[in-house]
Design a protein around this ligand. Structure first.
Ligand code: HEM
Length: 417
């Protein structure tokens, strides 16, 4: 009997409990780059390494439709989202995102976010303490909504805080079935309702959306069928631009953690050395945990490095494990931005936002945007002076998604630029 057909005990609960360490631990035990297990009742094979990335992103091997668990779709991505499509339907939908997230657009968003940051910092200076994660999520929400042409909505002040809370909740609750999960579902329901009404208002002419804005483009986009997106799906995809932009808050809290632990890096970032800032953002995205792994279904019976993968098995790409693979990085647990100046990463080695070609496959179309935003904000953070009071800065690997437990509290903020 094939190892995959044997009734292996389901490991879903172990995976949830061990979090980021689950697959890397199993890989270490197996002594290779393949793990066989069972998740959500299915035989499962996990892979890692640049060749595995190419294998995983080949649509003849692995497809996504129906592979993502409902609790993830119902919180993080939204039903009908681009993440859940394959083939022609996926390519047509991806066409919506790619032109919105490249070149001048990246600079435009970085400018809006920098403006929101510069407006917020003087106000932080007047407070006894600031939780950086929370404040940065509000800055990113303001910046991305101005850039995308999306109103902030109801709530205290300009509505940015309430919207930021909802966007953070959608990300925070996808990998648990506890209270964080139900908060995420409520947040998504609220924002999908609001944005679906906005899409209808734009289409009926009641609300103006600049032709070239993200809002305007989403309202006009036509799918592979030639039909416009229904209002709910349009709302889902609007959220798929705004929500992951606000996810950069996680990377900024990791940036603050890195600057605190390795103060010499702060000095170098502060100079505004552009190549170093890029290397630093790569190292933050490699070193700190965000996406644990990606998954899809085997389209047909497959063989990977001599191992049989039956049709329908769950295939996982070990993202966190690959970003910490000694064979690729030498000293994976050292935080060393310099490594990217010494040797630029080869294609499909660094995969915090997926691998392969973003135009052809599911790789994150917002990677350049993430890098641009993180460079802008990391240099600004390095140029602030602040004190870091006693707090819990541990980053629990059993929690997905994780971050410094305290959210990174700072006091006595002043801008020294
Ligand atoms: C897909 C990570 C920022 C839009 C993905 C994927 C990952 C990821 C791991 C899945 C790749 C796959 O399934 O193969 C991240 C991280 C971010 C980030 C860690 C920063 C914190 C962004 C931004 C945007 C964005 C800023 C847009 C403004 C998307 C979209 C997809 C995606 C639309 C779906 C692509 C597809 O299925 O074809 N991202 N992302 N992401 N990301 Fe990002």
């Amino acid at each position: 009997m094939d190892a995959l057909s044997r009734p292996l005990t389901d490991r879903t609960l172990f995976a949830l409990a061990e979090g980021y360490a689950w697959l890397p631990n199993r890989m270490r035990e197996s002594g290779g780059r393949v793990v066989r297990t069972r998740l959500m009742g299915r035989p499962t094979v996990a892979l890692r390494g640049p060749d595995a990335v190419r294998f995983f992103y080949d649509e003849r091997h692995v497809r996504r439709t129906g592979a993502l668990p409902e609790p993830v779709v119902g919180t993080l991505f939204g039903h009908g989202a681009v993440h859940t499509l394959d083939g022609e339907a996926h390519r047509a939908r991806k066409e919506l995102f790619l032109p919105l997230l490249h070149g001048d657009r990246v600079a435009g968003l970085a400018e809006e976010v920098a403006r929101a940051w510069d407006e917020a910092v003087p106000e932080w200076g007047g407070r006894p303490e600031v939780v950086l994660f929370d404040e940065v999520s509000v800055v990113l929400t303001r910046g991305v909504c101005r850039w995308a042409g999306v109103p902030l909505g109801e709530g205290d002040g300009d509505g940015a805080e309430a919207l930021a809370r909802d966007l953070v909740a959608m990300i925070d609750g996808f990998a648990t079935l506890g209270p964080r999960h139900w908060r995420a579902r409520r947040a998504r329901g609220r924002q999908e309702d609001r944005l679906a009404r906005l899409v209808e208002d734009v289409r009926s002419g009641g609300v103006a959306a600049p032709e070239d804005s993200v809002l305007g483009r989403v309202c006009r986009h036509r799918d592979a069928s030639g039909e416009p997106l229904d209002a709910r799906t349009a709302a889902v995809e609007l959220l798929n631009v705004i929500r992951p932009t606000v996810a950069v808050s996680w990377f900024l809290s990791f940036t603050a953690h890195a600057l605190h632990r390795w103060p010499e890096i702060r000095e170098r970032l502060r100079t505004g050395d552009a190549a170093y800032a890029t290397a630093f953002t790569h190292e933050v995205r490699r070193f700190y945990p965000f996406a644990p792994f990606l998954g899809g279904h085997a389209v047909t019976d497959l063989t990977w490095e001599g191992e049989r993968i039956p049709a329908g098995a769950l295939v996982l790409l070990d993202v966190y494990g690959q970003n910490h693979d000694e064979k690729l990085w030498g000293d994976p647990y050292a935080f060393r931005p310099q490594r990217f100046l010494e040797r630029p990463a080869e294609s499909d080695e660094l995969i915090p936002q997926g691998g392969g070609d973003p135009r052809a496959g599911h790789r994150c179309p917002g990677e350049n945007l993430t890098i641009g935003l993180l460079e802008t904000l990391a240099v600004r953070l390095a140029r602030l002076t602040y004190a870091v009071p006693e707090q819990d800065l541990s980053i629990p690997l059993g929690r997905i998604p994780t971050r410094p437990r305290s959210g990174f509290v700072v006091t006595d903020i002043a801008d020294v630029t």
